[in-house]
Design a protein around this ligand. Structure first.
Ligand code: G
Ligand code: MN
Length: 547
């Protein structure tokens, strides 16, 4: 093994290459002699070793080769075949001069081509926008550091308000600002370099530092604060908003996945806060789960991995079950369940929610059709996103599916959540009115925890308000109780109905009854049940067992 490497080393060494060029000169001399003595056309072949010399060692190489050629063609060399290819001294001198001239030109040409080539490669490794090296170069540098077993930290910077800033700054100014700021940051560490990930994302590589990540964080937080204040650019009073992630090389020795991990780390926290996070395995695994869910959710629909459960809703006045909420669940097999808050969030973000909701409606209508209930008036609530509700084709699809299953709009309550309300409020209002006219009850889900609660109940045609579990959890506190009391009164005055969500114990139920709440949903009565169990729960329900 070592021998092989040594031999390989010799073949690529300077001496070997030089010997090769020399030998080729001598061979050429023999060749030209045997072909046609030193007749002119064949003499041109000497350009080949000169080119090789120039390619290998620039002007130094080509001049040495030219000198060798001059020497082996000289009249003073008496050996055959050189003797026979003798020339007049004056011709030899002239030829020598020409050889040398060609050698110099070739040498310099080769040098500038090489320089150009290096520059092209360098440019390929740099970002056009910032002038910093890009991630291709970073990956190479990290591989080198890993080979040398050198430790390092990566800090990922994401300038989150770049698009906003671009409205006011032109690209040139912006790239200059970025350059200034990162050069300033680089000075904070002994061995440090900035790389560009994209025009709004940068990575700082900090080599061989003995600082703990937390210490680096504190140092950077201070610096980033200046960065954010940006008092350095008095002429351009911009304010960068930056999110950062930091990771140490021990986490992963694969450069690409280390870069991905530090990028994901920088995404933590709320979107608009300027802050810095150290890599955290649990957070990363959660992110991986979201990623995996986004890839497999579509297949889950086709592989029958989704199923529906029903949570009863109890009417206080009639002391009976009036409706239920149809809730989606996902079982990936082998008992591996994915929490609905995870896959519903992913579905909403990836747009797959439309397909998921259609699956739920199609199947839940089939189920309801087969229910054998003593009280046939039990309706069901379905969660529908605003995205679907503003889509006219969804409305048609929904009407058709109800008709073809012999069901009435009165059997279905539409729950919309505040979390994903649409930007097209007018269209949403129109379509909700249409559904309401056809007989659907419109319910607002998770009421009170979003930003638009009051705006929504004052503008949209809402029949039912579902108070979020957040308030029920705190209903024993005086402040919350007062708020809920007045909220219930206000909604009643608006001819609306109030459902309390997430009721878990008798005390909460009693307070809610006292405050005049209309309907109750929660674990205290029942957890969500499969279709069959839900039917038997309804048929055996006795309100007096609970109060
Ligand atoms: O946001 P929405 O109301 O659609 O959410 C309903 C979710 O709340 C369901 O996943 C259901 O399992 C859950 N849930 C319903 N009642 C309770 C309860 O009393 N306690 C808790 N922790 N969760 C509940
Ligand atoms: Mn709901």
């Amino acid at each position: 093994m070592t021998k092989k490497t040594e031999t390989k080393g010799f073949y690529s060494s300077h001496s070997f290459k030089l010997v090769l060029v020399m030998v080729s000169c001598f061979l050429l001399n023999y060749f030209t002699f045997f072909i046609n003595s030193n007749s002119n056309p064949w003499q041109l072949l000497y350009l080949i070793p000169m080119l090789i010399g120039a390619f290998l060692y620039n002007e130094k190489g080509s001049i040495i080769v030219a000198l060798v050629i001059i020497f082996i063609n000289s009249p003073i060399l008496l050996q055959t075949p050189f003797k026979s290819s003798y020339q007049l001294s004056s011709f030899w001198l002239l030829r020598s001069f020409i050889y040398l001239l060609i050698a110099i030109i070739l040498g310099f040409l080769s040098k500038s081509i090489k320089k150009l080539h290096t520059k092209l490669i360098e440019d390929k490794l740099k970002s056009n926008f910032s002038g910093f090296y890009n991630t291709t170069k970073l990956v190479r540098d990290l591989e080198e550091l890993n080979e040398k077993k050198q430790s390092y930290d990566l800090v990922f910077f994401h300038i989150i308000n770049l698009d906003e800033l671009r409205k006011y700054l032109d690209s040139y100014v912006f790239s200059k600002l970025i350059n200034n700021e990162f050069s300033r940051l680089e000075k904070e560490f002994d061995a440090c370099r900035t790389y560009s990930y994209s025009s709004d994302q940068y990575i700082l590589l900090i080599k061989d530092n003995n600082l703990d990540e937390k210490v680096i964080c504190n140092l950077l937080i201070h610096k980033i604060h200046q960065f954010v204040k940006s008092n350095a650019f008095d002429k351009y009073p911009v304010k960068f908003q930056i999110k950062c992630g930091i990771i140490n090389s021990y986490v992963d020795n694969n450069p690409k996945s280390l870069i991905e991990k530090v990028r994901v780390t920088s995404e933590r926290g709320s979107l608009d806060e300027s802050s810095i996070y150290v890599f955290d395995k649990t957070y990363y695994e959660k992110r991986q789960l979201y990623y995996e869910v986004s890839l497999t959710l579509n297949d889950a629909i086709h592989n029958d991995e989704l199923y529906i459960v029903y949570q009863p809703i109890i009417d206080i006045k009639s002391k009976s079950i009036c409706s239920c909420e149809a809730l989606l669940r996902w079982n990936r097999g082998n008992g591996k369940k994915i929490a609905p808050n995870i896959f519903i969030t992913v579905a909403e973000q990836t747009g797959l929610i439309v397909k998921v909701t259609k699956w739920l409606i199609r199947n839940t209508i089939k189920n309801q059709h087969n229910w054998k209930l003593k009280d046939a008036s039990i309706t069901q609530s379905i969660n529908v996103s605003a995205k679907e509700l503003i889509d006219d084709s969804f409305q048609n699809w929904f009407n058709n599916i109800l008709n073809s299953n012999g069901m009435s709009h009165k059997d279905i309550n539409i729950e919309i959540t505040e979390r994903v309300l649409s930007s097209n409020d007018e269209r949403l209002k129109e379509n909700l009115l249409l559904l309401q006219d056809l007989g659907c009850t419109i319910e607002i889900d998770d009421f009170g925890i979003g930003y638009n609660s009051l705006k929504l109940i004052s503008t949209l045609p809402i029949n039912v308000v579902k108070l979020d579990k957040f308030f029920i959890d705190r209903i024993t506190e005086n402040q919350t109780r007062i708020l809920i009391k007045h909220l219930i009164e206000a909604i009643h005055e608006l001819k609306g109905v109030v459902i309390a969500e997430g009721v878990e114990n008798k005390q909460q139920l009693e307070i809610l009854v006292q405050l005049g709440c209309d309907k109750i949903q929660g674990f205290y009565f029942s957890k969500p049940l499969d279709s069959e169990k839900f039917c038997s729960f309804c048929n055996n329900f006795n309100f007096s067992n609970y109060i």
